[in-house]
Design a protein around this ligand. Structure first.
Ligand code: T4K
Length: 381
């Protein structure tokens, strides 16, 4: 009990922390029957019934033809590169989560960083072309914050130079452009269903591919390369999603539209109330017919009274844990900064974004009171 409070007074909420995100979870009681089925069947993994149902349900929901489930997004990225036998150099963005570049290095591939577009913060197609060498075999762009890349321009470059395209679509669950799912672009697209993502299965991920043959190769690769009991066709890995995660995913899918609608509302409130705050810029909305509002990045410009880092600290002092996704740039981590493409002058736009970005809390359970607290701090500074 708080000794400073008069007897009988209500304790203040001790933990009023607001994190950048909070997972949306289906009601626990709805999950129990799924668990019961798993306990009854004793099928825990290895492409069991929930795994198969979940793949089919996701294809339908996302509007894609072929999808292979994975333990997490990182293993899916690793396997995507193996599936297409990518080698040599791959052009990618420095403005992402480290897993993007790590997946290349784990495959013995050299990441080549190219700069981003100042409006979308995605790979700038004009910079991709300049980074191509005889060793380049593929492009790995990221639909950062779920905002679609310039998929047409990227495909054109890939076609001209005979390059593969693997989208890191970890943030792009459910995103659609005018032509349909953004996940249908490129040779492969990789999703993450991590706890912090719009759609989560605790941990999880998936590869979206364009044909049944590639799906079969991916399925072999994620199961040690096994085709049957006695046939191994590749040095595969164990990337299989368990039945618990798949069953939970099936249930989560029933609640995703409600979660997305709540996120859209938060996004709209931020945009409306931050519109006139000098020095604060929200990213433009165009390019997506259906958005998923997975993150709410703001750019804290020089006209704002305090720096991005000072605002970040001010939030923390008030128990609000906004995050600087993506600072530092991947290319600034010691393991990458020796690469020629990591040079300061090669990535000026990414560098400026990394210095200014702050991702504000956005999740379905964010209340109006929480929004008032967050926006109040920005507006009253
Ligand atoms: N490519 C891209 C572009 C990605 O962004 C990611 C993952 C990947 C690939 C790889 O996919 P996975 O292999 O992860 O499926 C988080 C996530 O761990 C990571 O999945 C995500 N990107 C990245 C952008 O963010 P952290 O270090 O910021 O996570 P953490 O633990 O600090 O969580 C942030 C906040 O979320 C916490 O302060 C509280 C809340 N939270 C988190 C967890 C894990 C919860 O409320 N419950 C939880 O269980 O990296």
């Amino acid at each position: 009990m708080n000794a400073a409070l008069p007897l009988g007074a209500i304790e203040p909420q001790i933990d009023d922390r607001i994190y950048v995100t909070q997972p949306h979870l289906a009601p626990l009681e709805e999950f129990i029957p799924y668990l019961q089925q798993i306990w009854d069947s004793k099928i825990l993994t290895n492409a069991g019934p929930f795994h198969q149902q979940f793949e089919a349900a996701l294809c339908k929901y996302l509007g894609v033809k072929h999808l292979a489930l994975f333990t997490n997004g990182t293993l899916a990225l690793l396997t995507a590169l193996q599936a297409l036998r990518v080698t040599g150099e791959v052009i990618t963005t420095p403005y992402s989560f480290v897993a993007t570049a790590h997946s290349l290095v784990w495959n013995g591939i050299k990441p080549v960083f190219a700069d981003i577009d100042p409006h979308t913060l995605n790979l700038d197609p004009a910079k991709i072309e300049a980074a191509i060498t005889p060793q380049t075999t593929a492009i790995m762009p990221v639909h950062c914050y779920g905002k679609p890349c310039d998929v047409e321009a990227i495909q054109k470059i890939a076609d001209n130079y005979n390059l593969k395209v693997i989208y890191d679509a970890a943030h792009a669950f459910g995103v659609q452009t005018e032509t349909g799912s953004v996940l249908e672009h490129g040779d492969l697209a990789v999703l993450s269903f991590h706890a912090t993502k719009v759609f989560n299965t605790f941990e999880g991920g998936a590869i979206i591919c364009q044909d049944a043959r590639t799906k079969q190769r991916i399925d072999h690769l994620k199961n040690f390369g096994f085709v049957d009991e006695v046939t191994v066709v590749a040095s595969g890995i164990n990337g299989k999603m368990s039945e618990i995660n798949a069953a939970f995913g099936l249930l989560q899918l029933q609640h995703i539209d409600e979660a997305l609608a709540k996120r859209a509302r938060v996004d709209a409130i931020y945009r409306e109330r931050l519109r006139d705050v000098r020095g604060i810029r929200c990213l433009p909305k165009e390019g997506q017919k259906v958005a998923n509002h997975s993150y709410f990045p703001i750019l804290v410009g020089p006209e704002y009274p305090i720096s991005r880092d000072a605002l970040y600290q001010k939030f923390r002092d008030r128990n609000i844990y906004a995050r600087r996704y993506f600072y530092p740039l991947i290319s600034d981590f010691p393991i990458y900064r020796g690469l020629p493409s990591a040079r300061q002058d090669n990535l000026p736009v990414a560098r400026a974004a990394a210095q200014q970005v702050l991702c504000l809390p956005i999740f379905p359970a964010l209340t109006d009171d929480m929004l008032d607290r967050i926006i109040g701090i920005i507006a009253d500074t």
